[in-house]
Structure formats: C-alpha cells, structure tokens
Design a protein around this ligand. Structure first.
Ligand SMILES: NC(=O)c1ccc[n+]([C@@H]2O[C@H](COP(=O)([O-])OP(=O)(O)OC[C@H]3O[C@@H](n4cnc5c(N)ncnc54)[C@H](OP(=O)(O)O)[C@@H]3O)[C@@H](O)[C@H]2O)c1
Length: 330
C-alpha cells in the first residue's frame, strides 16, 4: 500500500483562503475538528492515512489522542503499520518546570522520567499520553522536540515563526531591548532544518528502515546553541540601525511580570519559552543522518531578516500563544 500523510497545524483552522493556497501545492486539504474523535476516525479511514505529523498542539493531549485512535483503526482496517509523529517542546525538560537539572540525552531514559513528572507540566503529560496511547493502539510513535524555531517558512500560509517574532515585537513596542538577568545557553533550529528532520523520519518509515520509536522514540531537534545575551545584543544593534529602538544598549527586565506583559505571554510560560534547553543533548537525529545546515553564526547573521519578516508579516499570530493562555487558566 502507498502512504498518505496527514500534517496537522500547517495552516490553522483551515479557511477557504488557506485551503486554496495549499491546494496549489497539490496538497489535499481536510477540514477537520481535531477535538471530534468520530470525525477524525472517519476522515483518516476515508483517506487511508497511515502517517500523521502532528504540529497543531503540544499541550492539548486530546487532539493527539484522537489522531492516534484513528491510526489504530486504520491499522486494523489495512493490516499495515501506522505512524504518529508528535511535536513536543523543550520546556518539558527545563528545571523551572520541574525537570531535574542534569544532562538529558534523547538516547537516555527520558520516558521513565517524563512519566514520573508528567503531572507537573502539561507538555510532559501530553508526551507520556501519546506514547502510552500509541502503544495501546498498536501505533508506532515518535516525539520530535524542537528547540527555538527561527527563520521564514517557505510554505503557502503562515511563514513567520513564533518565539523570536514575539520578542522582536515586544522590543519594537517598548522601543528598547530588555533581557533576562541570567545569560542562558539554549539552542535553536532553522525551520528548514527542522522540516528536514521530519523528512528524515518519513524517509526511514517509507524505506522500512529501523527507527527508534515509542519509549525510545525521542528526537531532540537542536541544531546549534544560542547564548541569549549575545542574540539580544545583536538584536539591539540591528533594531537601532533600523531606528526601531532608541538605544543599542540592552537593559534587564524588572521582573518576569514585565517581560510577560510586554510579550503577551502568561507569566508561568515566560521562562520556559525563552530559557529551556540548557543541558539537553541531541543524539538520535544524528543517528538517522540529520545534518542541519544552519549554525549559530548563520543565525546571528540573519537577525535583520528576522526583523524584516516581522515587519512584513505584521503581528505574529499564533495559536501556540493562545494555547499557553488556555493552559494557564487551568
Ligand atoms: N515555535 C517554536 O519555537 C516551537 C519550539 C518547540 C516546540 N514547538 C511546538 O511546535 C508546535 C507547532 O508550533 P508552531 O510554532 O508552528 O506554532 P503555530 O505557528 O501557532 O502553529 C500551530 C498551528 O496549529 C494550528 N492549530 C492549533 N490548534 C488546532 C486545532 N485544534 N485544529 C486545527 N489546527 C490547529 C494553528 O492554527 P492557527 O493558524 O489558526 O492559529 C497553527 O496553524 C506546537 O505544538 C509548539 O508547542 C514550537
């Protein structure tokens, strides 16, 4: 049997406009409420979907679980293996969300620890639910954990990343660049390298090559490190050169509340969004031949392009931020 791949989260809640744009790429667009289990099962069976790349939410487990249930039914109907690739977040492995402060490799016992600590952070809880539900339904699962994603997408719809644009907009509206008091070392990945990693996983699946999955199926998508103060100093100089801030000097946020307010993010997610990723070691992507093209210097050299993308693509609209507010409510 050939493969049909469903990608969620590539273009939001699919409007006619989005559907039209995507159709020009030869992509079939499904209008599907991912919270409706029955509709999800019907659609996956109807279109013979055997692989799902899930990017719509790392927080709301229900969306992932419905898709996995549907892949389980597809496996029964087709008697062929089915695959679920979940997109998680590095904040699940950050000490301020309750993860132990020590080196974490994606080849280590990540699942066992995530399970122990699942209730204290929603992204961990979702990862564990995904792996366990996939196992119960006989679906092969993978967890891809991107670091800070940057760069302008090349697709037909939303081309702006989320994290850096939110920061850039806060700087522009404050006419100044502020930083957190601790100079953290995190990591980043250009969107084209991240999509290449999903591509490697899909290629291995299609070629029926062995691929670590389930409790062993964590893939840390870290292309290179980022030193935040270095990034923000560069951002301040570049924004000043464009006349978008009043000084190229940076200052320190007075507290997390000020940072949260300026960026429009719930306070409990401000540190996780920016400072997750220290002590995280990528191994698994290398084992399947992932070779990111962008390094730290490329990133620092592209800061002006990041600013330009924010100005061109106006306000960064992201349901990722909306989902943080939903989660913060309760
Ligand atoms: N950006 C990063 O740096 C980063 C880093 C690590 C992990 N992640 C994770 O990667 C995933 C994707 O992030 P992103 O940066 O691509 O965020 P994004 O730009 O907000 O994309 C998420 C997409 O999912 C769509 N969506 C959300 N809920 C949906 C639902 N119930 N039904 C249908 N579509 C839905 C959104 O629709 P709308 O367009 O209508 O909002 C949006 O197009 C998230 O799970 C995020 O936590 C992101």
């Amino acid at each position: 049997m050939g493969s049909n791949i469903l990608i969620t989260g590539a273009a939001g809640y699919i409007s006619k406009e989005q559907a039209k744009a995507l159709s020009t790429l030869g992509i079939n667009v499904l209008q599907l409420d991912l919270t409706d289990e029955k509709a999800v099962v019907q659609s996956l069976l109807r279109y013979n979907i055997n692989i799902v790349i899930h990017c719509a939410s790392s927080i709301n487990a229900d969306l992932a679980l419905n898709l996995i249930t549907a892949l389980g039914k597809q496996r029964e109907a087709s008697r062929e293996q089915t695959f679920f690739i979940h997109t998680s977040g590095l904040s699940a492995f950050y000490e301020k969300t309750g993860w132990p402060q020590r080196e974490t490799k994606d080849t280590g016992p990540v699942f066992d620890l995530e399970k122990q600590l699942a209730d204290s952070f929603p992204i961990r809880k979702t990862d564990v639910a995904v792996i366990e539900h996939a196992k119960a339904k006989g679906v092969t699962s993978f967890i891809v954990i991107p670091s800070t994603v940057y760069g302008k997408g090349s697709g037909e719809w939303n081309k702006l990343s989320v994290v850096l644009p939110v920061y850039i907009q806060a700087c522009i509206s404050q006419r100044a660049v502020s930083k957190f008091p601790e100079n953290t070392k995190v990591s980043g990945v250009h969107i084209s390298d991240l999509t290449a990693l999903y591509g490697r996983i899909i290629q291995k699946i299609l070629q029926k090559e062995p691929l670590p999955s389930g409790t062993e199926g964590y893939y840390f998508a870290l292309a290179h490190n980022l030193i935040w103060w270095e990034v923000l100093d560069q951002l301040a100089a570049t924004l000043k050169a464009r006349g978008l801030v009043t000084t190229s000097d940076t200052s320190i946020w007075s507290d997390d509340e000020a940072a949260a307010e300026a960026m429009g993010i719930p306070i409990q997610f401000v540190q996780p969004l920016w400072n997750s990723g220290e002590n995280i070691v990528r191994k698994k992507p290398d084992m399947i031949g992932w070779e990111p093209a962008w390094d730290k210097d490329d990133f620092l050299g592209s800061i002006d392009d990041e600013i330009q993308a924010v100005l061109e693509l106006s306000k960064a609209k992201s349901s990722l931020i909306d989902s943080l507010f939903e989660s913060a409510k309760g």
